[in-house]
Design a protein around this ligand. Structure first.
Ligand code: CO8
Length: 266
């Protein structure tokens, strides 16, 4: 047992409408051991029960050096090919839970987001980062390949050319480069300003119709990577669903009556 083993590897705190999920294994740079992936899955399953009480989730890494430095390499070492695949599937399960949560999830990266750490960040709705952050998929340096969405979501985020360059070289890029590539939505000088910025973003989202944000997320996630004709049909279905909500009637009425909307979340 490691000194970190006694403490829960993932903590969930609530601050009003914001939930903060902290990956707390700083001595291993928050590496994703199987128990961390299990705890993350549990955390997002619980957050799904919170409904519109949680309007946004921040995912952070403890310790100030890393968001997540990847899968736990020590835990990967003895795995059979089948067990390796099962570990990948556990990661994909966490990604699916993040993507199926109605509330937007913001990866708040301060330090290393490597391998499975970058893949976790990519599974979130968008990434905020401090200037002290680094991003990369170093798996080929270990004889591995990205195993939890890197080959899928990284090209969607930065385009195929840069994704291939990063995955084949294992090279790391800094926060400014990541921002310029569209991987990072916003960059901050330090952790405190990043968390304040992320909280403010959640407050801004929370002022909008909960139903509409949830439908928009559902359509964006489902349409990602699908052919245009399919994506357009998904959008039409989501647009139709928005017309079914009381919040849509309220939102447009409030605009026309020149008053603030009173959204009720249905
Ligand atoms: N796994 C386990 N332990 C780690 C990891 C990791 N990924 N990264 C760092 N650590 C540990 C180190 O072993 C070290 O522990 P100790 O103090 O006991 O020796 C401690 O964290 C601090 O690390 P360093 O001493 O190495 O710190 P440096 O500042 O010298 O270097 C780096 C920081 C550059 C981040 C370096 O630690 C590093 O390169 N880490 C590995 C990065 C990596 O290769 N990540 C990819 C892993 S493979 C992967 O993610 C596959 C994805 C598939 C996922 C499948 C489902 C989740």
């Amino acid at each position: 047992t490691t000194p970190d083993a006694a403490a829960p590897p993932v903590r969930v705190e609530r601050e009003g409408v914001v939930a903060i999920v902290t990956i707390d294994r700083p001595k291993a740079l928050n590496a994703l051991a199987p128990e961390v992936l299990g705890a993350l899955a549990e955390a997002f399953e619980e957050l799904a029960q919170a409904g519109d009480a949680v309007r946004g989730v921040l995912v952070v890494g403890a310790g100030g050096r890393a968001f997540v430095a990847g899968a736990d390499i020590r835990a990967l070492a003895p795995l059979t090919p089948e067990e390796g695949a099962a570990t990948g599937r556990l990661g994909h399960r966490v990604a699916a839970l993040i993507e199926s949560l109605s509330a937007p999830v913001i990866a708040c990266v301060d330090g290393f987001a490597l391998g499975g750490g970058l893949e976790l960040a990519l599974a979130c709705d968008f990434i905020y980062a401090t200037d002290a952050s680094w991003f990369g998929q170093p798996e080929v340096r270990l004889g591995l390949i990205p195993g939890f969405g890197g080959t899928v979501r990284l090209p969607r985020a930065v385009g195929l050319a840069l994704a291939k360059e990063l995955i084949y070289t294992g090279r790391r890029i800094d926060a400014a480069t990541a921002e310029a590539a569209g991987l990072v939505a916003r960059r901050f000088p330090d952790r405190e300003s990043m968390l304040a910025g992320a909280r403010a973003t959640v407050e801004e989202i929370a002022a909008n119709a909960w139903t509409a944000v949830g439908i928009a997320k559902r359509v964006l996630v489902a349409a990602s990577g699908t052919p245009t004709a399919t994506a357009v049909e998904l959008e039409v279905a989501g647009f139709e669903d928005a017309f079914r909500t009381d919040d849509m009637r309220e939102g447009v009425a409030a605009f026309l009556e020149k008053r603030e909307p009173g959204f009720r979340g249905h």
